[in-house]
Ligand binder design. Structure first.
Ligand SMILES: [Zn+2]
Length: 381
């Protein structure tokens, strides 16, 4: 791939250039430019978004040495203004440069090799050849942020592949069929690495790096991180959540966890007490059901456990008849209990728009049409 203006000057946001060609491909169009500030993607960094004249740039593709920008409408040949979606691009520059710095410090000062990295839309990650512990991660984070404060220049330059060893270039893997000088990115005092991406021009532009999680997989540690504007955006979101909790709980952030733990404990106790009351109530409802003329009972809310307890209490008084108990309307559960439940079950389930299972004295299931319970009860004979 030839080097473009975006490689020489990553901070340039727009330029006027020649549209060499524009060809349709389905709904989209492919545009070739004489020069470009739009990074075409590569080295793990996504392609830029932006505009070419009136067209929105969605992606880029390489066709040999040519870069083809994928746009949403045709672009006329001739001069056109090319503009980068700068917030997105600067974010990529921060994430990408942060990756170089983290990888280099992790290797040189901690002996942790990076085996892969991913510049993701939300949290980027590097996969380390080892699994760092929490203290190590904190020390690496402190060290990376110290290097950011040192405001080290970051610059691209070209070197002869024969000089890679002598210069101490970190990545010595060359693209297949590569010839000619290599583009390297130097973070002064820290790193020299072959890379075709776009980067900030000084580590100070990274602002901060924060590690936000570790996944352990087969002896490797996938370390998730945020850099630059994402650290601030994440802090803003955390603050918004914290303020919402403060309003909800009427307590300051320092007490959120304790208050939430207390409330969860109360919910658990409440559920247990409710369950005990439901089962106690089931005794009374069961006796009432046994005394009633119709062998049916409906509750607005109850689960199969409660319906079962009611049915058993009823059967203890009067065990000779088949009963239909339902809960919820139209969707809910149903229970057939008593002699012949297993045989009558499928027909009842069909009327209630449900599916069930069981045999002998008990047949139960989910229903979608409990409002038809009277019709279903007529089948009980
Ligand atoms: Zn890079």
């Amino acid at each position: 791939m030839k080097l473009l203006t975006c490689h020489a000057d990553a901070h340039r946001r727009s330029l006027e250039t020649e549209v060499l060609s524009c060809t349709a491909r389905g709904e989209q169009h492919l545009v070739e430019l004489a020069e470009s500030v739009l990074f075409p993607g590569g080295g793990g960094q996504p392609a830029d978004h932006g505009t070419i004249g009136p067209a929105r740039v969605l992606d880029a593709e390489e066709d040999g040495e040519r870069v083809l920008y994928v746009v949403d409408r045709p672009v006329a040949a001739g001069r056109a203004q090319v503009t980068v979606d700068w917030p997105r691009r600067f974010d990529h520059m921060q994430q990408h440069t942060a990756q170089h710095l983290i990888t280099s410090i992790a290797a040189a000062e901690f002996g942790w090799q990076t085996v892969a990295f991913h510049l993701n839309p939300e949290r980027s990650d590097i996969v380390l050849s080892t699994v760092p512990d929490a203290d190590g991660i904190r020390r690496l984070e402190a060290r990376v942020n110290a290097a950011i404060r040192e405001a080290r220049p970051v610059r691209p330059r070209l070197i002869d592949p024969a000089d890679m060893e002598r210069e101490g270039v970190r990545s010595r893997l060359l693209p297949a069929g590569h010839s000619g000088p290599l583009r390297v990115i130097e973070i002064e005092g820290y790193d020299l690495n072959t890379c075709g991406g776009t980067h900030v021009s000084n580590t100070a532009e990274l602002q901060a790096v924060r590690f936000v999680g570790l996944d352990v997989q087969k002896g490797t540690g996938r370390l998730h991180w945020l850099a630059g504007g994402r650290v601030l955006a994440d802090a803003r979101e955390a603050q918004a959540r914290s303020e919402a909790l403060t309003r909800l709980l009427c307590r300051g952030p320092a007490e959120h966890v304790a208050v939430a733990e207390g409330l969860l404990g109360e919910v658990k106790d409440g559920r247990r007490a409710l369950k005990a009351l439901e089962l106690e109530l089931a005794e009374y409802l069961g006796r009432a059901l046994a005394a009633s003329e119709a062998p049916t009972l409906h509750r607005d809310t109850a689960d199969l456990g409660v319906l079962g307890a009611i049915a058993k209490a009823a059967a203890a008084v009067r065990g000779d008849r088949l009963m239909l108990l339902t809960a919820g309307e139209p969707e809910g559960v149903f229970l057939l209990f008593g002699p012949g439940a297993g045989e009558a079950g499928p027909a009842v389930a069909e009327v209630l728009g449900g599916r069930g299972g069981g045999r002998g004295q008990r047949y139960q299931g989910k229903a979608t049409a409990n409002q038809r319970r009277a019709e279903a009860a007529a089948l009980l004979g």
